[in-house]
Design a protein around this ligand. Structure first.
Ligand SMILES: NC(=O)c1ccc[n+]([C@@H]2O[C@H](COP(=O)([O-])OP(=O)(O)OC[C@H]3O[C@@H](n4cnc5c(N)ncnc54)[C@H](O)[C@@H]3O)[C@@H](O)[C@H]2O)c1
Length: 418
């Protein structure tokens, strides 16, 4: 029996989509090139923080199957592509996984299928890259099959907005493609927003993340300025944040992480550059954001010296190495460049993160401390990088060394804020 839905790429985006589809009663299969991913799911184990093992087992009970064999895509009524769109070693957009996935889908495409791309990419990707690869099947978009783009807005660790309650943008290569996409996603979410075309939907996703990128950079730069001018940035933010309109609060920190905010603007900048357009706000934001880990390391070293400790050989413990609070994901985490900068100054590092079981920087593992108390004891400096909720309970006043808090949440005699 062909599946109603086949999800290609079962990661942070694909697995929650498959979970929602199973919940909505769709016969769902998943294809991933990673045997570890499909093997784990088949054994009832989740590899994604926001999806529990019990939920995977419920999906399995509803008929969900995951396989490395793309034959599971055969004649699926809808295929959704959720493969990574990260950066190459040179930090340029890497569209190879998307191209590979499109070629695989093309080999299994049947007339009447809706293919929806959810991977984030620059405007034009669906029409100019995915469409020709799918048409290598001999089938034509808008005549034989439907092609849509629907950006994913999942926010890992966010318990307030779920897949169902977050409005979903959909778009199609033709009006009919968009209508098919709208009908498909209406089964899964409360609100579907139809974009004028695939490029508008692609650009909407990039604009959402560019907005975060620029505003985080603004908060970071305001923090640097306030630090220099002797103004308390955290109080500034508390006051400005009371404005009920026209101001969305963003907070400074050690830099941006994850697979979206630091990555997506690079897709937009690279594409704009190819078209002879320079996105000046994004370039300026990148400059500020890229400098933040080094700035944090400098502050840490200054604080050590103020307390009579030479940074070379100092014991520095990083608290919270995930890319954001409440998640176990370290992808693109600013903890990496902060750790590198501190190591370059000779600091001896350890880390604590309640969710991250191992943290390896440039091939060298950083020793893990199992509790915040153990992390603080025996350190010359504690560097709070991420505001995991567990750190709310730490008695900062009792910590025996200086604490540099990059998030503005800790209070205590020995705490210095960014
Ligand atoms: N993680 C997020 O919070 C988030 C939010 C919104 C949008 N996105 C976008 O969604 C897309 C997927 O991101 P993710 O975080 O789920 O990535 P991920 O790395 O968690 O998962 C991607 C999965 O795709 C698999 N894969 C790679 N190439 C494949 C191929 N050719 N065929 C089949 N499977 C393949 C990988 O093995 C992996 O399991 C990206 O474009 C990302 O930018 C991510």
């Amino acid at each position: 029996m062909p599946a109603e839905l086949a999800v290609v790429g079962l990661g942070y985006v694909g697995l929650p989509l498959a979970r929602r589809a199973c919940e909505a009663g769709l016969d769902t299969v998943g294809h991933d090139i990673s045997p570890a991913v499909t093997g784990g799911l088949t054994a009832g184990r989740s590899h994604i923080g926001d999806v529990s093992d019990a939920e995977v087992r419920r999906m399995r009970a509803r008929g969900f199957r995951a396989s490395t064999d793309p034959a599971v895509l055969d004649r699926a009524r809808t295929v959704v592509i959720c493969v990574p769109t990260g950066l190459t070693a040179e930090r340029t957009p890497d569209l190879e996984p998307l191209r590979a996935a499109a070629r695989t889908v093309a080999r299994h495409l049947a007339p009447g299928t809706l293919v929806s791309v959810e991977s984030t990419s620059h405007p034009g990707t669906t029409q100019e890259i995915v469409r020709p690869l799918l048409e290598e099947s001999g089938l034509r978009v808008g005549e034989d099959f439907h092609l849509a783009y629907s950006p994913e807005r999942i926010d890992p660790g966010n318990s307030r907005f779920s897949f169902r309650t977050t409005p979903k943008i959909v778009s199609g290569c033709t009006t009919l493609c968009a209508k098919h996409a709208e009908a498909f996603y209406e089964q899964l979410v409360d609100e579907v927003v139809v974009a004028a075309g695939t490029r508008e939907a692609e650009m909407a996703k990039l604009l959402e993340n560019a907005y975060r990128y620029v505003n985080i950079a603004l908060a970071d730069e305001a923090a640097l300025y306030c630090g220099q001018a002797g103004i308390d940035i955290w109080d500034v933010l508390r006051c400005a944040g009371t404005k009920p309109f026209g101001f969305a609060p963003f907070r400074p920190g050690p830099g941006v992480g994850g697979h979206c905010v630091p990555v997506d603007p690079r897709y937009l900048m690279a594409r704009a550059e190819e078209q002879g357009f320079s996105f000046r706000t994004l370039h300026a934001a990148r400059e500020v954001l890229d400098a933040m880990p080094g700035h944090v390391a400098d502050r840490a070293c200054r604080l050590l010296r103020e307390h009579g400790t030479d940074p070379a050989g100092a014991r520095v413990t990083l608290l919270g190495v995930a890319y954001k609070a409440g998640v176990a994901d370290v992808r693109e985490s600013p903890a990496f460049p902060v750790a590198r900068a501190l190591r370059a100054r000779g600091a001896r590092l350890a880390y604590h993160d309640p969710r991250v079981g191992s943290f390896t920087v440039d091939g060298t593992p950083v020793p893990r401390r199992l509790t915040p108390e153990e992390a603080c004891a025996g350190s010359d400096l504690v560097l709070l990088l991420q505001e995991h909720e567990e750190y709310g309970a730490v008695p900062w006043d009792e910590v025996g060394c200086p604490v540099l808090d990059t998030r503005g949440t800790a209070r205590g005699r020995r705490v210095t804020h960014l």
